[in-house]
Design a protein around this ligand. Structure first.
Ligand code: ZN
Length: 82
């Protein structure tokens, strides 16, 4: 048997001994569930962004080079009188 270790509960910051709790590293089952609930909420709440490493690499075809790329002419000349 190992001697009990003094710990801080990550949920309620209470100090307790490791042999006092059935739900290590929390001080009680309740705190364990609270912490678990937090993780679940965070996973659901966070928007899942695609991994940049997962995107397939696209290779350019030669025929695409023969077609002229359409250019935008957004620069409209505005004249300010005065
Ligand atoms: Zn606790």
């Amino acid at each position: 048997m190992e001697p009990p270790v003094r710990l801080n509960c990550p949920t309620c910051s209470r100090r307790f001994l490791s042999d006092e709790t059935p739900a290590m590293p929390f001080c009680s089952k309740r705190c364990q569930l609270i912490d678990l609930g937090r993780w679940m909420n965070e996973e659901i709440g966070l928007p899942h962004e695609g991994d940049p490493g997962d995107t397939p690499v696209e290779y350019l075809d030669d025929r695409d080079l023969s077609q002229p790329t359409p250019e935008r002419h957004n620069q409209s000349a505005h004249r300010f009188d005065g």
